[in-house]
Design a binder for this molecule. Structure first.
Ligand code: NAP
Length: 242
């Protein structure tokens, strides 16, 4: 179970969040900043990242950094550069949230566009691998580093590359948790269930969004897993846990 995080603080923690400009990533970024964390806001659309930056600044929370990056086209060299930039600016990383995700297009496998398959796998599976790999040396410089994934469980018809990538991401999370246990770096996932975001509307366009949980209502699980308090590793937390 996720403990109550109403009074949790994340002061002086440097946390990188992908997909920080919208939906769940944005809500978690704001909640972390409110608790004193310094955020590196990574995302694709600059004006969305700037909006989150402004909201954080206007509230008087620690000034974040914006890191525009399209995970679809980013190369290993771009991730090396990111490592160098964070090292220069902050000298370490205390938290990494692999949150960015892209549905692609719900399609039967028989007619799934091969190019689209590669792109969806790149954003949802290869990018978290490349980013996490680049960040491990920075995370090792922290006294209490944590890694978190926003996961999903979609192994039914038409979910295609998204469903496959998210299944792979869970294995990746568990492999990392195992490898990093001796370094005291917990690695966990949050499977949030249906949340009122652009992603959800793309997947279920006819749904009444008023019935869906808002991203702001699920930030507690992420705060706990990115905090110094977390004891679990290799686990996936679902709505019944928070
Ligand atoms: N909402 C749900 O019901 C639900 C359920 C289970 C799991 N999830 C997972 O939750 C995570 C967040 O999704 P969300 O629901 O919050 O949807 P969202 O509002 O659409 O957010 C997705 C985020 O990922 C970013 N992103 C997508 N492609 C990217 C790329 N190529 N490069 C960089 N950033 C990229 C988006 O950036 P832009 O805004 O710039 O496009 C956006 O900030 C995803 O991993 C998703 O799989 C969501």
């Amino acid at each position: 179970m996720i403990p109550d995080t109403d009074d949790s603080r994340l002061d002086d923690r440097v946390i990188l969040i992908t997909g920080a400009g919208d939906g769940i990533g944005k809500a978690v970024a704001l909640a972390c900043a409110e608790r004193g964390a310094t955020l590196i806001l990574l995302g694709r659309t600059v004006h969305k990242l700037e909006q989150v930056y402004d909201e954080i600044k206007n509230n008087g929370w620690p000034e974040p950094a914006i890191y525009p990056m399209n995970l679809e086209g980013a190369t290993p060299a771009d991730y090396d550069e990111l490592n160098t930039n964070i090292d220069k600016e902050f000298g370490r990383l205390d938290g990494l949230l692999n949150n960015a995700g892209w549905l692609g297009a719900p399609t039967p496998i028989e007619i799934y566009d091969t190019e689209l398959w590669y792109k969806v796998m790149q954003v949802n599976l290869n990018a978290p691998f490349l980013l996490t790999k680049a960040c491990i040396p920075l995370l090792k410089k922290s006294s209490a580093a944590r890694i978190v994934f926003t996961s999903d469980d979609k192994s039914s018809a038409y979910w295609g590359a998204y469903g496959v990538a998210k299944a792979g991401q869970l294995s990746f999370m568990q492999i990392l948790a195992d490898e990093l246990e001796s370094k005291n770096i917990p690695v966990n996932a949050v499977n949030p269930g249906p949340i009122r975001t652009r992603f959800r509307t793309m997947a279920y366009p006819a749904e009444d969004i008023r019935k869906l949980t808002r991203p702001e209502e699920i930030t507690g699980a992420f705060i706990y897993l990115l905090s110094e308090s977390v004891t679990e590793t290799g686990k996936t937390f679902k709505p019944e846990d928070f």
